[in-house]
Ligand binder design. Structure first.
Ligand code: SF4
Length: 447
């Protein structure tokens, strides 16, 4: 039975020491009741309280961390079925598989390329999260040497992949301190692996062919108090994979099935690069916490990272850029000033279009809480008075002599207000769509 915040608070130490990150024990209790915190975040919970709260205070899907420090990758922690219900918490990790049958030069080259790869999009740097190393050589020494080499040059999360328990145990020892993912324990090998996973601080994926085997194996781990689990339910088709992920998420969130409350792992290898991307995309959209691709290909990573960014952006917190005056190109005091909101997507589209037009200009971006142009205007955050005040407060009114400002066509109605707020400035109504900025600059501004 779910406990209320007040019921939970009665079981906490009530010292308000703040070590859990909350100002009071009551605040922490409310978070626990809402499944937004874990009991282990309070170091002072008594054994008696742990016994009572135990499962009641467990989040529906556990957050499992791989890797260390700032390069750590967090998976799981989700509390909703759909992004618009609230938000998704930890974005799907995207990894790449290597194996020890590859040559050393090949492996080093692949690690180097993946480590250097990054995609800049709407002000964020998007990266790959993990390398998985498969055991294919049949030679334990070779496998451990490869692990050593990769671990030296790759500081992000690592997984090792084989069903051979002996090899997984040796790998866990080798990667002690790196918090790797051992993929995977099966119903047959789980007893052999749990000890080493606990002892080395590794996470353990549980692989099974059906839900019965999967949940029975997870329950075995839970009975030994082991929780850093990934679920790897092997499927024969894309349809089954999708269904499995939905069933697991619904089971964890709606039916409170503790054995399904863990991040989902998917190794992808359809044999066809396009199908790999489709499968990874479905995993990102529907509940996989980690997808591992068989190869690194920027043509695959770009759409997948973009999809991931879109799905895992908090719908209540639009991505924003810093409110300020941005130079585009090399503007001077004679350059025109454009204005838009600080919603990242809008900023990057508008600045890109001004750049494409081949002119240098100023781009004034006032604080609009990350809203788009029309929404910000409707919310009273993008009126002529606000823009005028921003231009003056930033010193931009003294920085330029041209005193020409272009406003988005969608808010042409603010032009009079802006003229009043910025006396002596010429207010020009620009196009409604950013895509028309280039021709606007060439045909209107330059004429
Ligand atoms: Fe209360 Fe524990 Fe949080 Fe301290 S760490 S404020 S005792 S819940």
């Amino acid at each position: 039975m779910a406990l209320s915040g007040l019921q939970i608070q009665k079981l906490l130490p009530k010292t308000n020491c703040k070590e859990c990150g909350c100002n009071t024990c009551l605040a922490f209790a409310m978070k626990l009741a809402g499944k937004k915190a874990e009991l282990s975040e309070c170091p002072y919970v008594s054994d008696e309280a742990k016994a009572i709260l135990g499962a009641a205070a467990e989040p529906p899907i556990r957050t499992v961390t791989l890797g260390t420090d700032e390069a750590a990758f967090k998976a799981g922690g989700e509390t909703v079925m759909f992004r618009h219900d609230k938000t998704f918490v930890n974005q799907t990790g995207i990894g790449v598989a290597l194996d020890d049958a590859m040559t050393d030069d090949d492996i080093q080259q692949r690690v180097k390329v993946l480590a250097a790869y990054q995609l800049e999009r709407v002000g964020e740097t998007l990266l790959s999260d993990l390398i998985s190393i498969g055991f294919k050589s049949g030679n334990q020494k070779r496998f451990l040497d490869v692990l050593d080499n990769v671990a030296t040059t790759w500081n992000r999360a690592l997984a090792v992949r084989t069903d051979d328990a002996m090899i997984l145990k040796a790998a866990a020892e080798k990667l002690r301190g790196r918090r790797p993912l051992l993929a995977s324990a099966t119903p047959v090998t789980v007893d052999e692996l749990v000890g080493v996973a606990i002892e080395t601080g590794s996470a353990l994926a549980v692989a099974a062919d059906n839900f019965n085997d999967l949940t029975a194996t997870v329950e075995k781990l839970r009975s030994q108090d082991f929780r850093d689990i990934f679920l790897e339910l092997r499927a024969d088709s894309l349809c089954e994979y999708y269904q499995n992920n939905v069933i697991a998420r619904r089971g964890a969130l709606k039916a409170d099935l503790k054995a399904l409350g863990y991040p989902i792992l998917k190794y992808i290898d359809t044999g066809h690069p396009i199908d790999d991307v489709v499968e990874a995309g479905i995993g990102i959209a529907k509940y996989a916490s980690l997808v591992v691709l068989p190869e690194f290909d920027p043509a695959a990573f770009t759409p997948l990272l973009t999809l991931r960014q879109n799905i895992f952006t908090d719908p209540q917190k639009p991505i924003q850029v810093e409110p300020k005056i941005y130079p585009i190109g090399e503007p001077t005091e004679q350059s025109t000033t454009f204005v838009t909101t600080n919603f990242s997507l809008t900023y990057f589209i508008v600045s890109g279009e001004i750049e494409n037009a081949g002119v240098s200009a100023w781009l004034a971006v006032p604080e609009c809480e990350g809203l788009s142009v029309l929404t910000a205007w409707a919310a009273g955050k993008f009126g002529g008075d606000k823009i005028g005040a921003f231009v003056k407060e930033t010193g931009h009114a003294d920085q330029v002599k041209a005193h020409k400002i272009v406003i988005p066509g969608y808010v042409s109605q603010i032009s009079g207000e802006l003229e009043e707020a910025l006396p002596g400035w010429q207010v020009i109504v620009g196009p409604q769509e950013a895509g028309d900025l280039e021709s606007f600059v060439k045909n209107v501004l330059s004429s």
